[in-house]
Design a protein around this ligand. Structure first.
Ligand SMILES: Cc1cc2nc3c(=O)[nH]c(=O)nc-3n(C[C@H](O)[C@H](O)[C@H](O)COP(=O)(O)O)c2cc1C
Length: 148
């Protein structure tokens, strides 16, 4: 059975809702999933025995791109993550009325490239209320499951 780790940061619960929906789809596809709020995760856990690592953060800030507050330090620490050649998928919640729509997702893509990770699928950017994008989340989760 393939294994996936999902680590997410969420302030008002939107990214958490999306993470939980991804869990359900991956499980339906036969993947064993570990879901962690970033406050309970360590960078050393990333990659490891997992066939897929899924990272999710909402975006905050006005002029500059800011990660969800719990995810910010984790992102810095991720320089030490052993993700070379590991499959990673990235998602995040945001609001397209802001200048840097889902900027945290862009930043994560850049970090994964610098670490030599293999980003699977097109990263998922949720605009506004995630319940309006439920079918997009289902489709994306099915796509990353197929990429394991
Ligand atoms: C003060 C503030 C700043 C925000 N900045 C951005 C931003 O720069 N880019 C973006 O895409 N969304 C931005 N958002 C929208 C949030 O990312 C969005 O509400 C998201 O769904 C929150 O997800 P969470 O509940 O998982 O933290 C901002 C929201 C607030 C209240």
């Amino acid at each position: 059975m393939s294994k996936a780790l999902i680590v997410y940061g969420s302030t008002t619960g939107n990214t958490e809702i999306v993470a939980e929906q991804i869990v359900e789809i991956l499980k339906d596809k036969g993947v064993e999933v570990t879901l962690k709020n970033v406050v309970d995760a360590t960078v050393a856990e990333l990659g490891k025995e997992y066939d897929l690592t899924v990272l999710g953060s909402s975006t905050w800030g006005e002029e500059d791109i800011e990660f969800q507050e719990d995810f910010a330090q984790f992102f810095e620490d991720m320089d030490k993550a052993e993700l070379k050649d590991k499959k990673v998928a990235i998602f995040g919640c945001g609001d397209s009325s802001y200048e840097h729509f889902c900027g945290a997702v862009d930043e994560l893509e850049g970090k994964m490239e610098s670490l030599g990770a293999k980003v699977v699928g097109d990263s998922l950017r949720i605009d506004g209320d995630p319940s309006d994008s439920s079918s997009d989340v289902d489709d994306w989760a099915a796509e990353i499951a197929a990429a394991i």
